[in-house]
Ligand binder design. Structure first.
Ligand code: MN
Length: 135
């Protein structure tokens, strides 16, 4: 059957970038629970590629990634004109004192330090999507 208007996926799309399988499952589950569609990337290069292909509404970006890290991937995404306004939330496990500052300098719009509660993720995602809608 051809896809009609009723078959369209109206959910907002979140690109989840996380190299740790366990964390990826948790974040993906939380996002889907709160009604988001999720596409997953496991490293920075894949994140940039998928962001360009899928044009997500928002990106959750682990900072510590193999190869191209989260800071570099964020810079590349924010340097892509059609993606520059896509909100990016940084996720970090290490919480080094300058992590947040470096994340914001790279272009991240939000910042969450692990361990992250599901409510916090949902609240930050909603806050940034609302901010984007109001622009
Ligand atoms: Mn990681």
């Amino acid at each position: 059957m051809p896809a009609g208007p009723d078959d369209r996926d109206e959910r907002r799309l979140v690109l989840l970038v996380e190299d740790n399988l366990h964390n990826r499952r948790i974040f993906s589950g939380v996002l889907q629970h709160f009604g988001f569609a999720v596409v997953e990337a496991v490293n920075g290069a894949e994140a940039v590629e998928l962001a360009r292909q899928r044009r997500p509404d928002l990106i959750l970006m682990d900072l510590s990634l193999p190869g191209l890290d989260g800071w570099a991937a964020t810079r590349q995404i924010k340097d892509t004109p059609e993606l520059a306004s896509t909100p990016i939330i940084a996720l970090t496990a290490h919480a080094m004192p300058d992590d947040e500052e470096r994340a914001r300098e790279a272009g991240c719009d939000g910042y969450l330090a692990k361990p992250i509660s599901p409510k916090k993720v949902a609240a930050e995602v909603s806050r940034l999507l609302q901010q984007k809608d109001e622009r």
